[in-house]
Design a protein. Sequence first.
Length: 214
Amino acid sequence: MLTRIERAAGRAGRDPAEVELVAVTKKARPEAVLELLGSGLVSHVGENRVQDAAAKRKALEERGSKAVWHMLGHLQRNKSRQALETFETVDSLDSLPLAERLDGDLAETGKTLPVLVQVKLTERETQSGLAPEALGEFLEKARKYERLKVRGLMAIAPNLDPVEAVRPHFRRMREIFERNFPEGGTLSMGMSRDFEIAVEEGANMVRVGSALFN
């Protein structure tokens, strides 16, 4: 996996050390996650559901495993407190009401939270995220919540065949990122099927599940 990231970065003339690998563990057995973390090759893991992540994190930490936990899926406001107890970062901020809830809950703890804003690249109603044209105004408002540290953007590419067809979407996403984060930050895009294309197009974080655990 790291070799594939390294080769993709090389094709784009990039330093592969710039690319963070997040292991998506939602379908993985705890033993497999434990083995992966024990290898030292991965230190970041991601989950889509708060309750699943809380249980899995507890089980892994009882066995001496440590990792940085990323919330990747749509987060319901009523699960904000539990999410803050489970994750070090929320990579799927998609509404101002959620930003307000997270900021309020953080105020009670005295902590801050790194977040990525999810951008929607398709017209699918079931997919969360901000439309690209709404992103500028959203970021301006979200940055007013002092306890939320907006570090960058996250996106999920449409499921197209052949997989090379996703490249224009990743390229567009990089342009959106550079326009809104001219001083740099985190651009999280690319999953098991398309992460190499994402790295070639500028991703510095990829989220890989099945390609790691199958």
